[in-house]
Design a binder for this molecule. Structure first.
Ligand SMILES: [Cu+2]
Length: 127
């Protein structure tokens, strides 16, 4: 084997090792919140993610529920309201601004959760 062939083979091995060892960051993976039939009903009950990451609620119960931002019942802006979400159905939000979003189920007011959307460069403000 000539010197240049050894050099290329060495570079290819080094490159393939680098590619295999470098994990791909899940930048667009979905942040998932499950709805359960028992307290605290939303899991995680306080979800925290970043503004670039889509958020998805999945109804794991046999009953319909809503994911309703508390602002929808006040004079503050309504950031999201799923309407009745059937069993095994999903509800996604993809463009929430950084902030703290308390939410609840319109059908079962005992169900309450909080979604915190972080901006990597700033502290969240109350929505
Ligand atoms: Cu409910």
């Amino acid at each position: 084997m000539k010197r240049w062939q050894i050099l290329i083979a060495t570079l290819l091995v080094a490159l393939s090792t680098f590619i295999i060892a470098t994990p791909v960051a899940p930048m667009s993976s979905v942040y998932r919140i499950e709805l359960n039939g028992f307290a605290p009903y939303y899991s995680p009950v306080t979800g925290t993610t970043y503004a670039h990451q889509p958020v998805e609620w999945v109804n794991e119960t046999a009953s319909p529920h809503t994911i309703t931002h508390d602002g929808c019942l006040t004079d503050t802006p309504c950031a999201f309201d799923s309407g009745p979400l059937a069993a095994n159905a999903r509800f996604g939000m993809y463009n929430l601004k950084p902030g703290i979003y308390p939410y609840h189920c319109r059908l079962h007011p005992i169900m309450k959760g909080t979604l915190i959307i972080l901006n990597p460069t700033k502290e969240p403000s109350i929505s």
